[in-house]
Design a protein around this ligand. Structure first.
Ligand code: RUQ
Ligand code: CUA
Length: 658
């Protein structure tokens, strides 16, 4: 039986070591002037924005660097009661999918938009790993502006990766599965026959950022893990790490670790694009949601798309090539010149560095080692530039500093290793506390890295922080990498589990036309209330619409009577403020809902189903003025069928009835 072979996986790494080990010194490791380097004085801005994936929190958090100060948590794939995300009627459609409303996801990677291979500060993209989705966050508003579901996919891990002008954001499926148009109700052990991989090329409109699944590549059934676009000389190509080339469907820790080498898949996407333009794509039936936020109506809409263009790579001989890569590769990173492609085999004791030129020569010379399901496999040696020998245990991810150096994270040996790309010599190593996953250097995946800082994102922190029960805060650790030796200068806890993160010079974003408020006069919400005088309550059958306004420090109306059990009440609250940083909140007793948090000039709706008669207070949740505590009111709920007339008021008592 194959199971027996489990003990032979990676002779270099003992089974125990797979669970990671601690560096010997667990001291603070921060010394000398380190604290001063991370110090940002009160009232001063940070030098970088740092966008950090939240993993199983489904959100993205924004920190300042070098201070490590948390600036914001942007709700993306998960509902967020703090901001009413996924609770207000306007935001609910953002979380719609072909499976219905899905209020959570697992966000692993950030991808900042680029122009000419440099971060341009317009958008940051994020992947939903569980119910395959791609999000676009607008960096003028720090708000999720669009979410698109990915057809034919399951587990959107190899995602989102952008080309050097964000022509495409690309997403590879983690799980191969039967295509959407095929019957998925097949035996699991028919993997080899029925399971396929898909890579989605999502185009991004230059001005608006609007996403569209332009086409997909249908590939052999393997697992795609991570990816990077080529850049510079390799612009037009894409590289994906693949594992489970064994095509196992069970006990993958053993069965997908059989082969000495898995693959990096090289994709000539310019060629694929030509075939698509020539009409070679096949329209495939499917169903996936495309959700967009409208800044004028302050409302999301969800549309179901019905088909997608697919190229089966087997039918086109010059799109896809496999390159052997030891062993269960995770990260697949391209250096700033676009020449070097670094594979990181989780179970390998070396780091292979491939050469784009040599890959091209190998293809021209057909220097192949047979094929894999009809796709040519390039000879390892003929694509290889060289190997970094004995770098550490369990390499995962590599970033670059723009000075010819690469930095690779090692999960098992808990360290960051700096090495030179040209001579492949290890230059420095520093411990991480502990079990580092991703690394991030500002612009470290682009043509122009800013090699001043490196952040390591750690999975396990053990004794680093005050204990907080069974689960401890996960952490980010900041290193100064401007000198020859890396120096740890700060560590700070993160929200959720951080995977990838990216940073951008603060000025690019700060000066991108940051939105301070929504102009009330531009508000196109169907239930906007333009001014207090227009506040009202209307009834259509059992539906009650409250056209409500908020301004420091009252709601209009703040007394409502004549609501009945069985009614469906919609509070459409327009924040009349026209001033930066003055949101109002809205909450009501007993509502099975979150609060609303309404930005200046915006209209947001809370749906409420009163379940019993009584007096229901409501109030503003955001401390907006000295008289914030007075910003409150009452809703009277009467039994179903009662004849209490509908009435509403502000500042005058509702006429007394006997
Ligand atoms: S992964 S820890 Cu989900 Cu990006 Cu490598
Ligand atoms: Cu409005 Cu507090």
């Amino acid at each position: 039986m194959k199971l027996i072979q489990s003990t032979s996986i990676a002779a270099v790494i003992s089974a125990a070591a797979l669970f990671s080990c601690k560096p010997k010194s667990t001291g603070s490791a921060v010394s000398g002037d380190a604290a001063a380097k991370a110090y940002v004085a009160p009232g001063k801005y940070d030098e970088f924005y740092n966008f950090v994936s939240g993993g199983f929190s489904g959100q993205m958090s924004v920190y300042g660097l070098p201070s490590g100060r948390l600036l914001r948590v942007i709700p993306v794939f998960s509902v967020d009661p703090e901001k009413g995300w996924g609770y207000s009627e306007e935001t609910k459609p953002m979380l719609n999918t072909s499976h219905g409303f899905v209020p959570w996801d697992d966000l692993h990677h950030t991808e900042m938009s680029q122009t000419n291979g440099e971060i341009d500060g317009k958008w940051v993209f994020a992947n939903g790993n569980n119910t395959p989705r791609l999000a676009r966050i607008d960096l003028k508003t720090f708000k999720t502006a669009e979410i698109i579901e990915l057809p034919n996919s399951a587990g959107n891990h190899s995602s989102p990766y952008g080309t050097e002008n964000s022509e495409y954001i690309v997403a590879g499926t983690r799980f191969s599965v039967p295509s959407d148009e095929d019957n998925g109700d097949v035996p699991i052990n028919s993997y080899k026959k029925n399971f396929k991989g898909h890579i989605s090329f999502v185009s991004v409109a230059k001005e608006t950022g609007e996403m569209k699944v332009a086409f997909q590549l249908k590939t052999p059934g393997v697992n795609f893990d991570l990816a990077r676009a080529g850049k510079g000389k390799s612009h037009g190509w894409f590289f994906f790490s693949c594992y489970n080339t064994e095509q196992a469907s069970t006990l993958l820790e053993v069965n997908a670790s059989q082969k000495d080498k898995d693959f990096i898949m090289a994709v000539n996407w310019k060629k694929a694009e030509e075939y698509i333009k020539a009409g070679k794509g096949k329209k495939v039936k499917t169903k996936y949601a495309h959700n967009t936020w409208n800044e004028a109506t302050h409302t999301a809409t969800s549309k179901m798309e019905e088909e997608v263009l697919v190229l089966d790579v087997k039918e086109f001989k010059d799109i896809v090539y496999f390159i052997p890569c030891p062993k269960s590769p995770h990260g697949c990173d391209v250096d700033p010149t676009g020449e070097y492609i670094v594979g990181s085999g989780k179970l390998a004791a070396l780091i292979p560095v491939f050469s784009f030129d040599k890959i091209q020569q190998s293809i021209a010379a057909k220097s192949y080692d047979g094929d894999y399901e009809g796709i040519p496999v390039i000879k390892y040696e003929s694509a290889l530039y060289g190997e970094v020998k004995k770098p550490g245990l369990g390499p995962l991810h590599t970033e670059f500093d723009g000075r010819g150096n690469a930095y690779t994270s090692f999960f098992v040996s808990s360290e960051v290793v700096k090495w030179n790309i040209k001579d492949l010599k290890v230059l420095d190593r520093v411990p991480t506390y502990y079990s580092v996953g991703h690394l991030s250097i500002p612009g470290g995946n682009t043509k122009k890295p800013n090699g001043k800082y490196l952040v390591a994102y750690n999975k396990i922190t053990k004794d680093r922080y005050l204990p907080t029960g069974p689960e401890l805060a996960q952490s980010a650790q900041l290193y100064d990498i401007s000198g020859d030796k890396m120096q740890l200068i700060l560590d700070y806890p993160t929200i959720g589990e951080p995977h990838y993160a990216q940073s951008a010079p603060a000025d690019i974003i700060r000066n991108n036309g940051q939105l301070k408020l929504y102009k009330l006069s531009d508000n196109k919400h169907p239930y906007v209330t333009q001014g207090e005088a227009n506040a009202k309550v209307t009834r259509e059958g059992n539906k009650v619409h409250v056209y409500m306004t908020s301004i420091r420090s009252h709601f209009a109306p703040d007394n409502i009577e004549g609501i009945k059990v069985g009614d469906e009440v919609y509070f459409h609250v327009t924040n009349l403020e026209q001033d930066w940083d003055v949101p109002h909140g809205f909450a009501i007793k007993g509502a099975d809902n979150a609060e609303l948090l309404i930005m200046p000039g915006e209209t947001t709706t809370l749906k409420w189903l009163p379940k019993k008669p009584g007096m229901f207070p409501m109030y503003c949740t955001d401390f907006c003025s000295a008289l914030h505590q007075e910003m409150q009111g009452y809703i009277r709920v009467s039994p179903a069928g009662s004849n209490v007339p509908l009435s509403f008021s502000l500042g005058k008592p509702v006429p007394e009835t006997k």
